[in-house]
Design a protein. Sequence first.
Length: 291
Amino acid sequence: MSAPARTALVSTAGHCEVACSFCFRADRARGFLTIATYTRALSRLKETGVEGVCLTGGEPTHHPELRQLVRLALQFGMTVSMVTSARSEAEVTALAEVGHLLTNVTVSADSQGAMALGRTTRTAASAVATLDAVDTPSKVLHLTYWDVEGEEATQLAGLVAGKGIEVQLSPVLLSEDALRRDGRSIQDTLRQRARDTASLGQHLRLSNGYRSYLDDLRRMQLTKEENHPCRSATLYVSAKGEVRHCPYGTSEISVHAPRTEIRAFLDAPATDRVVPDCAAICRPASRDCAA
């Protein structure tokens, strides 16, 4: 049996206005996480030993009661972090208002190639501007990348230099449908990833952990072998209040179920298998590179 989970990823909404084509989100539905469901989730998570939550989305800064979400978790004695794409004045203001209550803020960005692919405008420069506006001890720039040139990697290193901002990297993972639609193969994406890794590696010091993750990702995409069981130490709570061992898990239980049933579900070994999408979300939290 895996070790008890100490953190939980909480979806604050089932929808997102950014809606990039390579999104990692496991759920897509309308509506925000209600305070009643969230409070129930915090209570049940606390009982099982969870010590911290990470608010994700959709976009957390769009939640009409964001400050209440943060304060409720703190009242349960939990730490709170956030993953956001905040760029607009309203979004950054909402984030800044709770920034001092958070232990970590991760702002998502896309490389130029990824922006063209996903039709987004989440530049690395605007992500750093958002991080500069937030008073939070730990700050992370998460870059989803595709087709990275050397000059862009140099600019990325310059953006974070001396700011105390960590960088986390995720290569674009195209679905089989997207590959067929664009006339690409898995081998095409692997060749592009190798070029991107070489380009990033010339201007950033990629960690051994990140290179190991890329090796695992390549193996998962190339082989038909059954991947190893999920061993994530992070639970997932959907905006509807469904608890899973993994965001992409096939088994779940509602936070409104009896305590004994929730405990039995969480104590049982996870039956989910690791796939590329969840590997991107649940890989160990560590610095992927240094400028």
